[in-house]
Design a protein around this ligand. Structure first.
Ligand code: BGC
Length: 549
């Protein structure tokens, strides 16, 4: 076990969706050059680390989560030398670098899959090829559905494997690997070492709960094999969260533990309960795992208290820090989630955008709540992830023209699910200009279109406004170490049902999700508030940090 002081136990990690962060060569696609140029921005923001979404060569069937070569850099993003320079420059600024590893599947353009399709000796066993059902094998081998919609199987239509089906829990361009195969296990341990040797501080593990499938790939018992249910839900599914996956992570932990300074893992694991999540965090497995119930919580004090307590208790049961996340590149942006009337239950799925409410969003309301939620997130014990653009309070762009949509979800769902493009719009850096400063030089357009009002939310505009969300985040990250680091356990205060208020050490965090202002404790000193003018009362949709006098 790591010592109490380890950086990753209290870190604030900034998620860089590289394609949309900053473009250094004017082609409308974010890249390493753009990211390097903005490292001073991230240092000033005050983050401890960055997590970079996949930057490996990829045909982009799923925005880089279809990896063709795990030991190189996508040419549109730069080169291995530039990656190396980025790691060094980030370290010089005190920022650690976490990469995204995609072990559940490769690209269909990966050398292994290509040799499998050529039926080279030993190649097809690394994937999950199966004969079809039905007289002519014309039906998929089981009833599993892809997370993006449609069957999780595609039939090979030519070559030596013609007629066989292969499993892809995501897009057809993302064939699932066979993790029962010793070569697959050895290969990924070697890939980890390749990047650790280059100074990388850790990995976010994509679909960490998916690698091992139930023996025999049985049909899913539930009605339609729906993969959406698999990601977030309460039920068990033969493709997800199988006990055999833990042995893989014990092997990965042994690789990480060979290195100093410490190298760490963060799991993306959508599992049915926090008890199941804690299994990934046992002492000889992974260091941290995203707490998605916090992200799924509606704007209700009672639910917030419940998800916070449950996350803390279950992480503590295995000695791990809880890991708080409000949004990422797969879910509706926080501002927009909070800009409509709130459900009673955890938000069911963000993978089906635009369906959870037909109501017009009130972005002003959503922004006030998102700012307040950020103060709650950053006051909690453990680690916090901030998705790029959250510090600008960007909203989801829900009205992208259909012809511009890139997420495979759109086509695979038969054009019924708009997918995740709306939270991936290139960032606005300047208040005006063709790409709002996203692209340098003559860049005139971006890979996803930016809306006309994007400049209002730009870094330039918010820099100049003391009350902006950007400056709120800066202030919060500056205060966080002195107010909250090492401050100890969360103890709830009884205020009203609509207020979640807790002490940690000498400091308090209060959030009001109700409709009436509440009195703050007499003599309390406001260290930071999510809205202007908070003094003796906490208005609705506002959070505050208090310190002892
Ligand atoms: C990533 C997604 C990706 C999927 C398949 C995830 O959970 O975060 O963006 O589409 O894995 O790799």
């Amino acid at each position: 076990m790591a010592s109490e002081e380890s950086w990753w136990q209290t870190a604030v990690v900034y998620q860089v969706y590289i394609r949309s962060f900053a473009d250094g060569n004017g082609d409308g696609i974010g890249d390493i050059a753009g990211l390097r140029s903005k490292l001073p921005y991230l240092a000033r923001l005050g983050v401890d680390a960055i997590w970079i979404n996949p930057w490996y060569p990829s045909p982009m069937a799923d925005a880089g989560y279809d990896v063709a070569d795990y030991r190189d850099i996508e040419p549109a993003y730069g080169t291995l030398d530039e990656a190396q320079a980025l790691i060094a420059e980030a370290h010089d600024l005190g920022i650690r670098v976490i990469l995204d590893i995609v072990p559940n599947h490769t690209s269909d353009q990966h050398a292994w899959f290509r040799s499998a399709l050529r039926d080279e000796p030993g190649a097809r066993e690394r994937y999950l090829f199966r004969p079809g059902r039905g007289d002519g094998g014309e039906l998929p081998p089981n009833n599993w559905q892809s997370v993006f919609g449609g069957p999780a199987w595609t039939r090979v239509d030519a070559g030596p494997l013609e007629g066989a089906w292969y499993l892809h829990l995501f897009a057809p361009g993302q064939p699932d690997l066979n993790w029962e195969h010793a070569q697959v296990r050895a290969e990924f341990e070697d890939i980890l070492a390749f990047w650790f040797d280059r100074g990388v501080d850790g990995f976010r593990i994509d679909v960490a709960h998916g690698l091992v499938k139930a023996v025999g790939l049985p049909d899913e018992a539930a009605d339609d094999g729906s993969a959406h249910a698999m990601l977030q839900s309460q039920s068990r599914h033969p493709a997800w969260d199988q006990d055999g996956v833990h042995e893989i992570y014990r092997g990965w932990r042994a690789v990480a533990d060979r290195y100093a300074p410490e190298r760490i893992f963060i799991a993306e694991a959508w599992v049915p309960s926090n008890e199941r999540l804690a299994r990934y965090l046992r002492a000889d497995e992974l260091h941290t795992a995203f707490q998605f119930d916090f992200l799924r919580s509606p704007w209700r004090a009672e639910t917030l208290r419940e998800v916070i307590d449950d996350a803390i208790v279950s992480a503590a049961s295995v000695g791990a820090p809880p890991t708080w996340v409000l949004s990422n590149h797969d879910v509706t942006r926080t501002v927009t989630r909070f800009s409509r009337s709130q459900p009673e239950h955890l938000v069911d799925t963000d993978w089906e955008r635009g369906r959870w409410s037909g109501e017009e969003p009130d972005h002003g309301l959503g922004r006030r709540r998102a700012r307040a939620a950020a103060l709650v997130q950053l006051a909690l014990p453990g680690t916090a992830y901030v998705y790029q653009g959250e510090e600008l309070a960007l909203e989801e762009i829900e009205d992208l023209p259909d012809e511009t949509r890139q997420d495979p979800t759109w086509a695979q769902s038969g054009f019924t699910d708009v997918g995740r493009d709306g939270c991936r719009i290139p960032l606005p850096w300047h208040d005006s200009g063709a790409t709002y400063g996203f692209s340098t030089g003559s860049g005139a357009s971006t890979w996803l279109p930016q809306p006309d009002h994007w400049g209002e939310h730009s870094v330039e505009t918010q820099d100049a406004d003391a009350a902006s969300t950007l400056n709120l985040y800066r202030a919060a990250l500056e205060l966080r170490p002195s107010l909250w680091r090492g401050a100890g356990e969360v103890t709830w205060l009884q205020v009203t049902p609509d207020v979640a208020a807790f002490t940690r050490g000498a400091a308090q965090c209060w959030v009001n999700t109700g409709q009436a202002a509440v009195a703050l404790p007499p003599g309390a000193v406001v260290a930071l508030a999510s809205a202007p003018g908070v003094d003796t009362e906490l208005p609705p949709d506002t959070a505050v940090w208090l310190r002892a006098t």
